[in-house]
Design a protein around this ligand. Structure first.
Ligand SMILES: *Cc1c(COP(=O)(O)O)cnc(C)c1O
Length: 365
């Protein structure tokens, strides 16, 4: 490889990878996040030396100092993407450069070093070159790819670490919903926020998820699927779910509303929806959107659909919203036509079933 390739790359194939029949058994019903492929990618960054020691090796436990900074101060960022099996048997990614760019935006906020974007892409290509057989072929199934960076320095002082580990692991994922998406019931958290102005809400950081677990548990206690967070200043405007962005559909005006960037995570699915909606003649308005407006417009029927979006569940209709003060439904709690069409359009591009007219897909095999 040239000097632009992954630094000091070593490839150490697994001595006894999963037998094909066992892998096929897992891929027939992979669930989510419990099975992992045979290999993983690791690379180290140290102050003064930068990134080095790229290694593609067997998936397995890692050694880490008990004093590693990530275990104490949560200096960690991650990405989430999927590898798709194309109809011709090839494998593709959806907008991986956008994930590479976002990882570095997250790195800036968490005072971590940048990872050159081509190395991000190369590391995923390396992993898929040995574990490509783990990409499932069933409709809507995929291989979930998880790149992440964490502070590995052994030091209990509070400051940005001087050593980091970058890793990529992969886990086969079933279709998120068996038999099509079921409209979500959301719980409006009135006691907790996900992120405030100047906080870390726009970074894809593990700590944001830690903070969302208690309100998410509260949502489950109230018989809901997911928590929806409001802004941290006025408790009035809708932010997002714990891990998905939100859109509001006004069919009569041909307008989509979505919360503006700032405290929310800038989703790549969200961004793709801007383009696809514009192409079919819709206007997208990024704006503050209040919970009162959501309720009023759902009740009047001006709001015709609402949906959540993200890599894991793609696009999912929102049917019911519950809070302390009561509940309301959107379009009788049913999945809407616009939502389901948009969902199919994105899925077809991601899985290589529709022509990619946007340069969004990257074939890796
Ligand atoms: C990852 C993530 C999303 C969705 O982003 P995509 O790029 O569309 O997968 C939305 N909200 C949060 C908090 C996230 O971490």
């Amino acid at each position: 490889m040239t000097s632009e390739g992954l630094p000091d790359l070593r490839r150490e194939p697994h001595p006894n990878p999963t037998p094909a029949d066992e892998r096929e058994r897992v891929l027939a019903d992979p669930g989510f996040g419990t099975h992992f492929t045979d290999h993983m990618f690791t690379m180290t960054w140290t102050e003064g030396r930068g990134w080095h020691d790229a290694r593609l090796g067997p998936y397995g436990p890692i050694t880490l100092s008990p004093a590693a900074a990530v275990l104490h101060y949560a200096q960690e960022i991650f990405e989430g993407m999927k590898a798709y099996r194309y109809p011709d048997g090839g494998i593709g990614l959806f907008r991986p450069e956008a994930n590479a760019r976002r990882l570095n935006i997250s790195a800036d906020r968490m005072a971590m070093p940048h990872l050159p974007e081509q190395w991000f892409i190369e590391s995923i290509r390396e992993l898929l070159s040995v574990d490509g057989d783990w990409v499932p072929a069933q409709e809507e199934a995929s291989l979930y790819v998880r790149p992440y960076v964490f502070a590995a320095e052994q030091f209990l002082g509070v400051r940005p670490a001087k050593e980091y580990r970058y890793m990529v692991i992969a886990s086969p994922a079933a279709a998120y919903f068996k038999g099509g998406p079921k409209p979500l019931t959301l719980w409006v958290s009135e006691d907790y926020n996900r992120a405030g102005p100047g906080g870390t809400g726009a970074a894809k950081a593990g700590g944001n998820y830690a903070a969302s677990l208690l309100p998410q548990a509260e949502a489950i206690d109230h018989g809901c699927d997911q928590v929806v967070f409001l802004d941290a200043v006025e408790y009035k405007y809708v932010d997002e779910l714990g891990g998905m962005n939100l859109f509001f559909v006004y069919e009569n005006e041909q307008v989509l509303y979505t919360p503006q960037l700032g405290t929310i995570l800038p989703g790549i699915t969200r961004d793709a929806i801007f383009t696809l909606a514009a192409e079919s003649g819709w206007e997208v308005r990024e704006t503050k959107y209040s919970i009162d407006r959501w309720r009023n417009d759902a009740e009047s029927g001006a709001l015709t659909e609402a949906f959540a979006c993200g890599t894991a569940a793609v696009i999912t209709p929102v049917g019911t919203v519950k809070g302390r003060g009561g509940e309301f439904q959107i379009a009788g709690g049913e999945a809407g036509k616009f939502t389901m069409q948009l969902r199919q359009t994105i899925l077809d591009i991601q899985h290589g079933r529709a022509a990619d007219t946007h340069g969004w897909t990257m074939r890796v095999a």
